[in-house]
Ligand binder design. Structure first.
Ligand SMILES: *Cc1c(COP(=O)(O)O)cnc(C)c1O
Length: 233
């Protein structure tokens, strides 16, 4: 198990390096966020001991337990799951980053809850390009106004954009779902938004995301193996 984890982590880094080179990205411009939802705390610790320091979690209760159990480790914790407004306080108090901010009300509540802490909370705005009703995320049309509003919140630091496109096994269509996010990111920066993070790409589409300018890939199953399907057991 331990050897397999080391192997998978190394192989994932090699995929990131190979894609960065192929698509002429600056060296070290793509960070690896290890997604540890459903993984036990011992596995997270193993990955940490192998040198991984940034971890992403989706489910709040599970995450809070792991954050507590690993408080002796110098880990940067990223919340990437959907946010219920009554959970903003606990999120703001325990995480370093939140990738899944998708409305002003959530941002305002995170800002308020973060106020007593010495550093602002890093956030990304989750964009929904597939325009599926069921998926969370804001539309690109609503983005500039939300950015302007969030810029006013002193305890949040707006770092960039995140997206979670509908799965596709076709490389060209994977790229096509990431491209508009990169375009919006560049347009915001041209107006002085100062964003440095594009959170795009998972186990099955990291190459396409890197081709389209991702600066942080969120990788779970390629490192930790397939997750049990939700609801089983
Ligand atoms: C689970 C998850 C990931 C990781 O997905 P894999 O396909 O296992 O790499 C990335 N981002 C989000 C938002 C997730 O929920």
């Amino acid at each position: 198990m331990k050897d397999r984890l080391a192997h998978n982590l190394q192989a994932t880094k090699q995929r990131i390096d190979a894609a960065s080179e192929r698509y002429q990205r600056a060296p070290a411009s793509v960070q690896l966020l290890a997604v540890t939802k459903t993984q036990p705390v011992e596995v997270v610790r193993e990955a940490y001991l192998l040198g991984q320091t940034q971890f992403g979690e989706n489910y709040l209760q599970e995450a809070i337990a792991k954050i507590g159990a690993l408080s002796d480790c110098n880990i940067s914790w990223h919340f990437i799951g959907s946010i219920q407004s009554n959970k903003t306080k606990i999120i703001a108090e325990h995480f370093d980053w939140v990738h899944s901010v998708d409305r002003l009300k959530i941002a305002q509540r995170l800002n308020e809850a973060r106020a007593p802490m010495p550093t602002p909370l890093n956030i990304c705005l989750q964009i929904n390009i597939s325009e599926e009703e069921s998926k969370s995320g804001i539309s690109l049309e609503d983005l500039p106004e939300l950015v302007a509003q969030i810029k006013q919140l002193p305890h949040l630091r707006l770092r960039g954009l995140m997206t979670l496109p509908a799965p596709s096994s076709d490389f060209a269509s994977q790229r096509a779902s990431f491209a508009p996010i990169k375009h919006a990111f560049d347009a915001l920066n041209a107006q002085g938004a100062g964003l440095d993070t594009l959170s795009m790409g998972m186990s099955d589409d990291l190459e396409a995301a890197i081709a389209e300018g991702s600066t942080m890939v969120r990788i779970g199953s390629a490192i930790f193996g397939a997750r049990p399907t939700k609801g089983a057991g």
